[in-house]
Design a protein around this ligand. Sequence first.
Ligand SMILES: [Fe+2]
Ligand SMILES: [Fe+2]
Length: 153
Amino acid sequence: MRITDALLGEHAVLHDLFATLRDIAGRGGEIAEIRGAVLVLERLLVAHARVEEELLFPALDPHLGRTGPLMVMRAEHRGIDDLLDAARVESDPTALKATIADLLDLAAGHFAKEERALFPMARRFLDEATLTALGGRWAQRRAVVVDAAGCGG
Ligand SMILES: [Fe+2]
Ligand SMILES: [Fe+2]
């Protein structure tokens, strides 16, 4: 499996989680309920960004340079981290909802850039063997079995 396909699959799950959090915050959920949803989102989002920063981005650095799109992507990851930190300590419900709205806007925009620009660039600049090898490292980290030889009987 190509790493770009694996990351797109993670985006699909995270898109759902963004919508869930937006619903909870939007219908005026209890602060504890909102915090619980933010904790789950934080764990998944941070792990997702780490895979991108440790596997995909370094493979693209020689092709794209450390400036340009990769600089933007890394800066947006830091921006997401900062908003997650702010959400963790915010105790005022109105301010917490505003922080979450900013977080979801930034994350959704970031995902759109990756899906429309960065991942297509990765598929253009990296050959199939590299994309698949990185996908193998993703599977190992995520403890997912991608290629179970012999399952066909
Ligand atoms: Fe990202
Ligand atoms: Fe991503």
